[in-house]
Design a protein. Structure first.
Length: 580
């Protein structure tokens, strides 16, 4: 007898055990209304346990509770659907199975209660051990055991809240079925009611809620974009946008643009660190409010770069920002200290939204912006005499890596146009990264592939996985920096149903041995980890910190750098926390 056919007797089994509560009319009706589906609870239990399986990154208890609650309600929906399908089939084959005795129903519910309790307890205990291992690998302090009780309570509250919403939708469907049943056969009425509810729900999300939420988010982050963080003041150097003689105003730069141009080392600080006269580095930045199109922003950025003297520096880096217009301060500072200020960085803003929203809502926008900026800068750079051009390098981190790679048709095209490329924490949508991984040398791992012996292209896993970063080829160097524990670099839709190659290989040094692939589960776990990717210590997850010093030394090494200062610079840059 399929367990999914064993339905609770709402008038007897539930009521008899909580009779005092049910005697309160309103509360009693509410609890009977929320009485769960047997098959749904099986699915919820399985999915709740799966949400506690090993993750890439350490999680706080409240975040794990949210993930577990949402995962459980997904499992409940799938379990209820499967139970309904079973009942439809059984009703046609052997209807008597749908009416088990009261004793059988009681045994089935008690059995499910025991199994669910034991399974949830085992997984909570195992999760505590797995999370302790992850925290140990990343140097994160482990919380006390009490937070696992809180996980159950909060996850349960989330589950009940979504269950109530589901019951409202189901109630609407039943009312429609009775309405349609006045004119059409029962089966047709059922199909019509389910179709109507599904269409309305889909339209409500895609045509109303999603655009509205996106619009609200855009408006909210547009308002945030107008704010200025405490301590960020208009620059006094003419080499920074928003300062004296700048073609763009301080107010037009946006929150992250103002943060970028108001920070960074001054000529005096560079001189003190390097022990030789320095110059103010160039930071050219154009916010969204300065032009109406990506091409307009890019054109203005080139003129701002020319005004600030960016084409006269030793190295010029074209940066595609993340969603909010953020440029990693660690990457910018590292470059400027290495070149003692003889450097220029140019970037534009293309969105108000954080990267994770831009990644979901509109990846094409970042590609358009990245293509427009590079092509405008490259066109002006090519007009310069070949012997007086700055070294031209492209840089992108996270979502910015997608935009930074958009102007190039492949590796040959990239190396024909630039003197180097550095991409940090690149998503799997990075076309060149995917192409090079597929064409890697036989025997090299998918997570850190070796392409043509690593002469011109290298994949580096960071400090945890030291390697020779010296390029021996004749072509411009290309470096991909990607941690083994970075969910941004590992996430893809394929994870839902296909086992990736990297999961079968030896795990990275900060990934626990128990981390494995399961259909849907691994996809969901890595998706959940993405929200935490920048909150872990430097050298793990999506926090690359001082490793950017080594990355710049590999891709664009300055000719007069004192390598005895490298460790000191690493520690200085490592203190920057990635926030975008």
């Amino acid at each position: 007898m399929p367990v999914t056919t064993l339905l609770p007797d709402r008038s007897a089994q539930v009521a008899r055990r909580i009779r005092p509560v049910l005697d309160v009319p309103v509360l009693g009706r509410f609890l009977r209304w929320l009485t769960p589906d047997y098959g749904g609870l099986i699915g919820a239990t399985c999915f709740f346990c799966w949400s506690l399986t090993p993750s890439l990154l350490p999680r706080t208890w409240i975040y794990q509770a949210i993930v577990s609650g949402l995962t459980a309600i997904i499992g409940y929906a799938l379990g209820s659907l499967l139970g309904w399908l079973v009942r439809v089939v059984v009703r046609q084959v052997r209807p008597s199975l749908l009416s088990p005795s009261r004793r059988v129903r009681l045994i089935a519910w008690w059995a499910l209660s025991v199994v669910a309790t034991v399974a949830a307890s085992w997984y909570l205990t195992a999760a505590a051990g797995w999370q302790t291992q992850i925290r140990s690998l990343m140097g994160v302090e482990s919380p006390g055991p009490n937070h696992y009780v809180l996980i159950v309570l909060v996850a349960g509250a989330i589950f009940v809240a979504f269950l109530a919403v589901g019951r409202l939708v189901r109630g609407a469907s039943r009312r429609l079925r009775r309405f349609f049943g006045r004119w059409v056969p029962p089966l047709a009425a059922l199909v019509a009611s389910v179709t109507c509810v599904a269409v309305v729900s889909f339209w409500s999300w895609t045509g109303l809620l999603y655009p509205s939420l996106l619009g609200v988010a855009n408006d909210a982050f547009a308002a945030v974009n107008q704010e200025t963080e405490a301590g960020n003041n208009a620059p006094t150097s003419r080499t920074h946008s928003g300062g004296p003689d700048s073609l763009v105003t301080w107010d037009s730069l946006g929150r992250k643009g103002r943060e970028f141009v108001s920070s960074g080392p001054t000529a005096a600080e560079l001189t003190a660190f390097n022990g030789r006269p320095a110059t103010d580095p160039v930071r050219a930045y154009v916010g969204m409010n300065s032009a109406e199109t990506p091409a307009g922003l890019a054109s203005l950025a080139v003129r701002e770069l020319e005004r600030a003297g960016g084409f006269e520096r030793e190295v010029l880096v074209v940066v595609t920002t993340t969603g909010t217009g953020w440029v990693d301060g660690a990457a910018a500072d590292a470059l400027e200290y290495l070149y003692n200020g003889d450097s220029a960085i140019v970037a534009t803003q293309y969105s108000y939204l954080p990267s994770w929203i831009s990644f979901v809502a509109d990846q094409e926008q970042v590609r358009i912006a990245g293509r427009a900026l590079f092509e405008a800068v490259h066109a002006a750079w090519r007009e310069l005499p070949a012997d007086s051009r700055p070294r031209l390098v492209v840089y992108g981190e996270s979502l910015g890596a997608l935009g930074s790679s958009a102007p190039f048709d492949g590796l040959d095209d990239l190396q024909d146009k630039v003197d180097g490329a550095l991409w940090v924490g690149s998503p799997t949508g990075h076309a060149l990264r995917s192409e090079l991984t597929e064409q890697r040398d036989p025997g090299s791992p998918a997570r850190l592939p070796v392409y043509e012996g690593g002469e011109d292209v290298k994949f580096w896993g960071g400090w945890q996985e030291p390697m020779d970063l010296e390029f021996s080829g004749d072509e411009p160097p290309v470096l991909f920096l990607q941690h083994a524990s970075d969910p941004v670099a590992l996430w893809s839709w394929d994870l839902m149903f296909s086992q990736p190659e990297w999961i079968t290989e030896e795990h990275g040094p900060d990934v626990i041995d128990n981390f494995d692939w399961y259909p849907f589960v691994t996809f969901w776990q890595i998706t959940a980890d993405m929200a935490l990717s920048a909150t872990v210590p430097a050298g793990h997850g999506h926090n690359y910190g001082g490793e950017l010093v080594d990355a710049w030394l590999a891709v664009a090494p300055p000719g007069d750098w004192d390598h005895e200062r490298t460790d000191e610079l690493r520690e200085m840059v490592r203190s920057f926390a990635p926030v975008n």
